[in-house]
Design a protein around this ligand. Structure first.
Ligand SMILES: [Zn+2]
Length: 321
């Protein structure tokens, strides 16, 4: 018997029955109504998984991402008031928002990152909780702004997630979001953009549809352009894809493969000391990356002229009355 077409987790309409892509035990489907691409099956990993996979990012303050900068520079953002950042990492955005005049609170699944934010960045109100746990423990706490940068693509159930967000938003409160733009210029697979890390692939239409359907008015929407660094990365990626095709089986496990593994096995791979050969490959990769820059200089005017898109899709929206 043929299985029924999967149902879109954002708008509940049936998707096309044919998978767009398969990876490991997962299949990617496209919604015919809102255009969201989503993987099946979807089950979000636990906190330990994120600590394992994103370890190394939980003990430093990373530079601000484009989504953070778009919000801080957005003339339609309130510029003050109580702000909750979901998935705040080590607190780079929260520290900048605090300096810009917001009273900041954050939640972060990775307990090491949450501790770093509290103890080293001086952000006392960062809690190692999921948004559901935060809402349960602080049922009366309401914020004028709720932000979640690079979080929505990880969700198994985006509508439930958005309901949690709304439950801690004041009336006419605003949300600010960034997600990877599915329509970005890619020359090969983006290894981070696979399950169980990411389950949802958004574009402008799918994102604004979700927000409008659930009571939000769109204030700003911005698609990053493919800049010089993105161009260099894409030249590098096309070279890498070519190289691993010509040496099938020899390339070291990519992050995309590691995150498919059982946690113990992934831990062993991530913590294994690199072999001499792997170190030589790392050095080659670095050299290749340097070589990409002059190439990017030559190609970028063409990329810019064609209007190729970069990674970030940013949106600011207000809860309607
Ligand atoms: Zn849909």
């Amino acid at each position: 018997m043929k299985a029924a077409a999967p149902v879109c987790p954002s708008c509940n309409e049936a998707a096309r029955e044919t998978a767009i892509e398969r990876y490991g035990r997962y299949e990617l489907f496209g919604c015919t109504e809102c255009g969201l691409h989503f993987w099946e099956p979807r089950e979000m990993p636990d906190a330990r998984w994120y600590e394992q996979m994103y370890g190394g990012r939980d003990e430093k303050l990373l530079p601000l991402e484009p989504g953070h900068k778009y919000f801080l520079a957005d003339p339609l953002a309130p510029g003050q008031g109580e702000l909750l950042d979901i998935g705040c990492g080590t607190g780079n955005f929260l520290a900048a928002a605090r300096d810009a005049g917001y009273e900041v609170t954050g939640t972060e699944l990775d307990r090491n990152a949450a501790r770093f934010a509290r103890e080293r960045v001086g952000l006392p109100r960062v809690f190692p909780l999921t948004i559901s746990e935060f809402v349960e423990r602080h049922p009366d706490k309401k914020f004028g702004v709720v932000t979640f940068f690079e979080v929505l693509e990880h969700q198994a159930a985006p509508v439930e997630f958005l309901h949690k967000v709304k439950s801690c938003l004041r009336s006419r409160g605003v949300i600010a979001i960034s997600v990877p733009n599915r329509e970005r210029w890619l020359t090969g697979p983006d290894v981070l953009d696979y399950p169980p890390n990411h389950f949802l692939r958004w574009n402008t239409h799918a994102l604004t549809n979700l927000l409008s359907t659930h009571g939000f008015e769109i204030l700003s929407i911005r698609e990053q352009e493919a800049g010089f660094a993105h161009t260099a990365q894409m030249i590098n990626l096309s070279l890498r894809t070519g190289l691993s095709r010509s040496r099938t089986g020899e390339a070291p496990a990519s992050f995309r493969d590691v995150m498919q593994m059982e946690l113990d096995q992934a831990e062993a791979v991530l913590h294994a000391a690199p072999t001499v050969r792997q170190r030589a490959m790392q050095m080659l990769r670095r050299i290749r990356y340097t070589v990409c820059y002059p190439a990017a200089l030559a190609v970028h005017p063409y990329v810019w002229m064609r209007g190729y898109k970069g990674t970030y899709l940013y949106c600011l929206a207000r809860l309607r009355d």
